[in-house]
Design a protein. Structure first.
Length: 387
């Protein structure tokens, strides 16, 4: 009898899966048709790669909707930021967001195939993000990306105040054929987001005598947030390596120098990939405590950057970035809290090469017209596009 029940249950589960809505995220109502089947799903229960990816995407959409709706609600309530209940509510929401980001990363890390998996057109989605019952122009164009080659954006006023004309002239709705590199891009972002949230949530706000912030859970910084950052850098390095090996050219998100069918806003030529790799190497050394954050780019093209340590350290010294995670600061708002992490460089731990990297890149692109810029200089100014 038990065998019959188990066999019947398996048949019912198989039938339910067969009747599940197909994964379709290119059309305006794609999320509404695709995402309900993943609302209560758990990463461990997903069996196919496309399901794992769709789960992560739908999870991100859900988090975006919830965040926008809560922001609108907070604005309507006009609640004071200093209100204890407000702070507790924000903290609880950040904890829930952290759980969901981790679930998305877990699902993506379980993907085994290299793809391509399926295509998405996020700029076409008709989503009422803040839940006010209408889709504003801002919501309509929220997921459009800048057009490649637009170096200086004209103001909305120059288009007669039309938000539609402003976006359609200078932005584009991307189509992305998802593959392994896109997963690594998302995994890196998840790790960095988790790192930031774990770092923030390791501290608590106190208002006994005055507004202050103090360290509540050191282990959350040393064991969790720090690991998130290192894993994010590792995923970003793997992303770069995977991109360089790609031979297809089908609606790429981040392209390699040989891929041209893309809506990615930055030019990713060979020099850009070289600079990106060097940048990741410097960041890895910083977070592993092998170099110090400081120095000034010796190039007139970067004259605005006076000091990578932002004046926190005395001249000739740099910040020990690793110590901010391995020995977190108990009271970050205290006077000279960051100054206590300034160190003099040595042969064993020199100053980071980031200042020299910026100088070299600026000089390589000096005097060129915007059309002649290598993407490397744009990457250094907008590195968040490739994490």
């Amino acid at each position: 009898m038990l065998r019959i029940l188990l066999f019947s249950s398996a048949l019912l589960l198989g039938a339910a899966r067969a009747q599940a809505a197909p994964i379709e995220l290119e059309s305006a109502d794609g999320p509404d048709k695709t995402c309900p089947q993943f609302r209560d799903a758990k990463p461990a229960g997903l069996r196919r790669d496309d399901e794992r990816i769709a789960f992560a995407l739908c999870n991100a959409i859900d988090m975006g909707r919830e965040t926008a709706a809560r922001l609108r609600e907070f604005q309507q309530r006009q609640q004071q930021v200093g209100d204890r209940s407000f702070i507790d509510e924000i903290r609880a929401r950040l904890e829930r967001i952290l759980v969901r980001i981790r679930a998305s990363r877990t699902a993506l890390e379980a993907v085994r195939g290299n793809g391509p998996y399926f295509a998405v057109r996020p700029g076409e989605w008709r989503i009422d993000w803040d839940g006010d019952g209408r889709i504003s122009d801002m919501e309509k164009y929220l997921l459009w990306v800048p057009k490649r080659g637009v170096e200086v954006f004209r103001s909305q006023a120059s288009f007669g105040g039309s938000e539609a004309a402003y976006h359609e002239a200078q932005f584009v709705s991307p189509r992305i054929q998802l593959d392994r590199s896109d997963l690594l891009w998302a995994i890196a972002y998840c790790n960095f987001a988790e790192g930031v949230l774990n770092l923030v949530l390791a501290y608590e706000v106190t208002m006994d005598q005055r507004f202050d912030v103090r360290l509540k859970d050191p282990a959350r910084v040393t064991r969790v947030a720090y690991r998130n950052i290192l894993d994010g850098l590792k995923a970003s390095a793997r992303l770069r390596e995977t991109l360089q090996k790609e031979t297809d050219d089908d609606d790429e998100w981040i392209p390699n120098p040989k891929q041209v069918k893309t809506s990615f806003p930055l030019l990713m030529d060979a020099q850009t990939f070289a600079t990106w790799g060097e940048l990741l190497g410097h960041m890895d050394k910083l977070f592993r405590g092998r170099t110090l954050l400081g120095g000034t780019p010796q190039s007139p093209e970067v004259r605005r950057v006076r000091d990578l340590a932002q004046g926190i350290c005395p001249p000739g010294e740099g910040i020990d970035v690793q110590s901010l995670f391995t020995r977190p600061i108990p009271f970050p708002l205290a006077e000279n809290a960051l100054k206590s992490r300034c160190r003099k460089p040595s042969a064993a731990r020199p100053m980071t090469g980031l200042a020299q990297l910026m100088s070299d890149s600026a000089q390589r692109n000096a005097g060129r017209s915007p059309e002649g810029f290598s993407g490397e200089w744009t990457i250094l100014r907008h590195f968040y596009w490739v994490n």
